[in-house]
Design a protein around this ligand. Structure first.
Ligand code: CA
Length: 600
């Protein structure tokens, strides 16, 4: 009797559940957990739920079905057009979860697509005001996903969280005021249930800042400014602001009031290593570009910052270009990896960074101590080398654009200083396009560029919402036959193991796999597969427009998929000077391509 009653109760409960599910119209979709986030790139290959295929940003997938033997059979499965008249630069890394792909597009758009068929499930177009001021095209680099939300940032410096299954807006928060020059283009990163973002606008004298919000509600948990002198805050459950410390010492590395408009925008994604419980994020140029107006190191500009996710405090910093005078920024991703120290034989918890300034830095990621630094480009005029003892660059002073106010400088009323030619150009030995690291080969795969610039300084004063440079420039190629070069970099020996040159500047990211392949796209429109050991090109496919976005891979039903977004644009055609002229035949576009192995 007892048994029967129990069974009856169970069956009533089941019917009630079935009824409520029927009432909702569908079975509850899967939610993204913290465990899913941390499993990316290692444990679960059926998903891509982080920017970087793992919060460490290695962009390595253990998947191996597509490999040097099989890659010749890689064929497109579907392609989806972002449509409309809104083309321009497409820099997004898609997210893949539970049979769906979430991909952002130019002009602050996001699409949900059926992963198998490419069918559109929903789209959201953010309504943008007229006065947005993105420095470097109307791009977006991707979304984050957590719980039942996809979260992405907009050109008017807002964060929008949408129900991943319906596309309905769940919360929306303002990061900062776009009228003061703030914008947002990076992919947010999820760390311990928080959505971590920086901001953009270093060319407008904004103040860089890293924010942590409750990913489910959008409410601020902490903020950490990246210009020394500004106060950071924590927020309690009621949203009350509590100070959590000043960023360094006011006026220690900035003269006068310049720290109030100091730039240092952390405009790319944050990364996170759970082993050391640190968030790593890079900061951009000090404002203005004219370095004569701001003697000192100008902390924490052009640096890598390690931030404690639990307090929002800066645990360590390493400045790759102290007193930056070339807009080298320092935003490039700091990618956690481990290696055996050849001298001591001990394993080092390290991080690698291919900086815009042309040097590759290897730091101990537990404390920020410099372990190795070497150039990954052929020309680095601004500094001979990085001193491994002091951790500082050995500058070539005659390659800093001269002081327009000095004797013999300052021509005419505009007081334009004399130009110098220096390499890399401000678009960098490497820019926003993320590199990849393979634990199999131990190499970083760095999408680099060889170019220089004429650069000069001139007077400037801060005006809210106006460009704040105090500099002029023309970018020039260094070689006739190539600008771009995909380079395999050994972080321990400091050697370039192989390189594949490319006519146009490389502006897309890189993926590497357990199949010992490196995937990357070119502005000429090709997605290419390269042997990770020797650099041999094994496969390529023309996507119809330039690729300036990083590829991804995942597995479904025993098959390995590769995807990449295509659509030429970004900073090069806007800022590239003589280089822009060289690439002006490239056509715009806006689509995502998905590939898998052809079954014969
Ligand atoms: Ca900059």
């Amino acid at each position: 009797m007892e048994q029967i009653r129990k069974r009856a109760g169970w069956s009533v409960a089941v019917s009630a559940l079935a009824l409520s599910l029927a009432a909702m119209g569908s079975v509850q979709a899967k939610e993204v957990t913290d465990a899913d986030i941390l499993a990316d790139g290692t444990g679960n290959s059926s998903q891509v739920v982080t920017h970087g295929l793992g919060t460490k940003g290695q962009r390595f997938s253990p998947l191996a079905k597509v490999n040097p033997q099989t890659v010749k059979n890689l064929v497109p499965v579907w392609s989806f057009s972002f449509g409309g008249e809104k083309q321009r630069g497409q820099q997004s890394q898609p997210i893949v979860f539970d049979g769906k792909m979430y991909v952002t597009a130019s002009y602050s758009r996001i699409f949900a697509l059926d992963m198998k068929t490419g069918e559109k499930l929903w789209k959201y177009e953010h309504r943008l005001p007229d006065g947005i001021m993105p420095c470097c095209d109307v791009i977006n680099r991707g979304a984050a996903i957590y719980g039942n939300l996809v979260i992405f940032g907009t050109l008017d410096a807002q964060l929008v969280a949408l129900d991943k299954d319906t596309g309905k807006v769940v919360w929306k928060e303002k990061i900062e005021d776009y009228k003061a020059g703030y914008s947002f283009t990076a992919a947010p990163q999820i760390v311990k249930g928080m959505v971590i973002t920086g901001n953009s606008g270093g060319e407008f004298g904004i103040v860089g800042r890293v924010d942590a919000r409750d990913a489910k509600t959008g409410k601020l948990i902490w903020t950490r400014p990246t210009v020394e002198g500004h106060m950071g805050f924590k927020y309690d459950k009621e949203g009350k602001q509590v100070e959590n410390g000043i960023s360094g010492t006011t006026n220690a590395t900035w003269p006068g009031d310049l720290w109030k408009t100091g730039g240092a925008a952390p405009w790319l994604s944050a990364y996170y290593d759970p082993d050391v419980n640190l968030i790593f994020i890079g900061t951009g140029n000090p404002s203005p570009w004219n370095s004569w107006l701001r003697p000192g190191d100008n902390l924490y500009s052009s640096s890598t910052l390690a931030i404690d996710p639990d307090t929002g405090k800066i645990v360590w910093h390493y400045q790759t270009t102290p007193h930056d005078g070339w807009d080298f920024d320092g935003v490039n991703e700091f990618v956690s990896f481990d290696y055996k120290d050849p001298k001591s034989g001990k394993m080092v918890k390290a991080g690698g960074k291919a900086d815009r300034n042309g040097f590759f830095f290897v730091l101990d990621r537990t404390n920020g101590k410099l372990k190795n630094a070497f150039p990954f480009v052929n020309r680095h005029d601004w500094a001979d080398r990085i001193d491994l003892e002091t951790g500082r660059p050995v500058y070539n002073d005659d390659k800093r654009p001269p002081n327009p106010f000095a004797e013999g400088q300052g021509e005419g009323e505009a007081k334009k200083g004399k130009p110098v030619f220096a390499a890399p150009s401000f678009l960098g030995g490497k820019n926003q396009m993320p590199m990849a690291y393979s634990p199999k080969t131990g190499y970083f795969y760095v999408p680099s560029n060889e170019w220089g610039m004429d650069i000069w300084n001139e007077p400037v004063s801060y005006k809210r919402g106006a460009a704040y440079l105090g500099a002029g420039f023309t970018i020039k190629p260094l070689n006739e036959d190539y600008i771009g070069s995909l380079r395999a970099v050994d972080p321990v020996s400091g050697k370039i193991v192989w390189e594949v040159k490319n006519n146009a500047p490389l502006w897309g990211g890189v993926l590497t796999t357990g199949g010992n392949l490196v995937f990357y796209g070119t502005p000429e429109g090709f997605l290419k597969a390269i042997d990770a050991t020797n650099g041999k090109e094994l496969w390529k496919f023309q996507t119809g427009s330039g690729i300036i976005a990083p590829p991804i891979t995942w597995e479904d039903n025993g098959e390995q998929y590769i995807a990449v977004v295509s659509g030429w644009g970004g900073a090069v055609p806007l800022w590239g000077g003589d280089v822009a002229k060289r690439v002006n035949m490239l056509e715009q576009g806006g689509s995502v391509w998905v590939f898998k192995l052809h079954k014969s």
